[in-house]
Design a protein around this ligand. Structure first.
Ligand code: GLA
Length: 389
């Protein structure tokens, strides 16, 4: 792929100079959903699909962007003096946001760049194509401008900051962290209250991780996401009147049950319940995985779905159909919605011998019920972002 992209780069921008290549992966979260802005735990892993970038420094302050995914848009030109978000800037708002954040943190970009990207994360699937583009841009800038003091973890934080403050999506740290810090065949058990983390090997000799793309994306994604955050914050404020906590992640299920009546709004109470229980489920699930108790891990994934569907209300009809179908198939260890919600993908752990049936049966029945096809990806867990040789 890299070769073809280099070829394309030469075609668009010419062959001369110091041209470098980078990659940043997308992610799938196994469990721990909507906990990352509640001081809870998450358990994502990096995928082997993601975004590739080829770049070269310029002599002037111009920035030229080209996406091989949106070739019709051609080269989009801007400058280091024009790092402001705009609707018409489309996808370039993500790399621009990262450049803006670098400058804001005192990492001066001394010249513009020519940048070409291409990604193989299905668009709008909820597998973090935007986080991967942010982390890719960060890795590229760090390398091109020699900011060796910036760590991969910093790049995750820079990506999140730019997403929050430049692109107006109030996301947590999970996606950028997974893209920057991923490790082959491991999921990342991350405590979002302090960014302590641990790599947990995902050894599944008898099973595969299968992602099913519902191919729907409901329009409320951004606003509903921010609503959920606000509801959790309100619940926290109420709870803090009766119990000393910093985040919802500080509560056990028992402590939540003991204090939940302090949350005055019933909807906020439900949201907080999810955040607390999901965090505890994630801790349990990682312990189960370490003990090789895959069935238990699967049960916790299923419980996570129920909670996201009923208490957090971020699922949708199409996703529930996919999960219900999956739960009926023998050999499915666990299945749930993954990512922000309101469409996107499910993640399932499926025994090797059941994978074909899974894809056949769900493929057929989903099409019958919903009217369009789902897409299936049997995925591998890959490494985090970096420079390519
Ligand atoms: C989106 C956000 C993440 C996280 C998930 C839900 O992917 O970007 O920060 O909150 O939703 O778990």
């Amino acid at each position: 792929m890299q070769k073809e992209l280099l070829q394309k780069f030469y075609e668009m921008y010419g062959e001369e100079g110091d041209i470098r290549s980078y990659f940043a992966p997308g992610r799938v979260n196994l469990i721990g959903e909507h906990t990352d802005y509640n001081g809870g735990h998450v358990f994502p892993c990096a995928l082997t699909i993601g975004t590739y970038g080829i770049a070269r420094k310029r002599e002037d302050r111009k920035i030229r962007f080209y996406s091989a995914n949106f070739s019709k848009l051609g080269v989009i030109e801007t400058s280091l003096d024009d790092l402001v978000p705009s609707e018409k800037a489309g996808w370039t708002n993500y790399p621009k946001g990262v450049m803006w954040t670098f400058e804001k943190r005192g990492y001066k970009l001394t010249s513009g760049v020519d940048f070409l990207i291409w990604g193989n994360i299905p668009n709008g699937s909820g597998l973090s194509s935007s986080a991967s583009l942010e982390v890719l841009t960060g890795v590229m800038l760090r390398d091109m401008f020699g900011f060796s003091e910036i760590t991969m973890q910093d790049l995750a934080l820079i990506g999140q900051y730019s997403e929050n403050n430049f692109n107006g999506m109030n996301c947590g740290i999970m996606d950028q962290f997974a893209s920057a810090m991923g490790k082959k065949d491991c999921a990342i058990f991350l405590d979002t209250s302090n960014l302590n983390f641990e790599y947990a090997p995902v050894k599944l000799p008898d099973a595969k991780i299968v992602i099913t793309n519902s191919k729907v994306k409901h329009s409320l994604v951004g606003s509903a996401y921010n609503d959920r955050r606000n509801e959790c914050e309100r619940a926290l404020k109420d709870l803090q009147k009766v119990v000393e906590i910093h985040t919802l992640g500080d509560l056990t299920e028992e402590a939540f049950e003991a204090h939940k009546d302090a949350i005055t709004d019933p909807v906020c109470r439900l949201r907080a319940k999810h955040a607390v229980y999901e965090n505890q489920r994630t801790i349990q699930a990682v312990a189960a995985l370490k003990d090789n108790k895959i069935e238990e891990f699967g049960q916790l994934m299923n419980a996570s779905h129920v909670s996201l569907r009923d208490d957090y209300e971020v699922s949708c009809e199409e996703i529930d159909i996919l999960v219900d179908l999956a739960w009926k198939i023998p050999g499915v260890i666990g299945s749930r919605i993954t990512g922000g919600g309101f469409g996107g993908c499910t993640v399932s752990i499926v025994k090797n011998e059941a994978v074909d049936t899974f894809i056949d049966v769900i493929g057929r029945e989903y099409k019958e019920k919903v009217g369009h096809e789902a897409e299936f990806y049997v995925v591998e867990i890959g490494d985090g972002a970096g420079k390519l040789a």
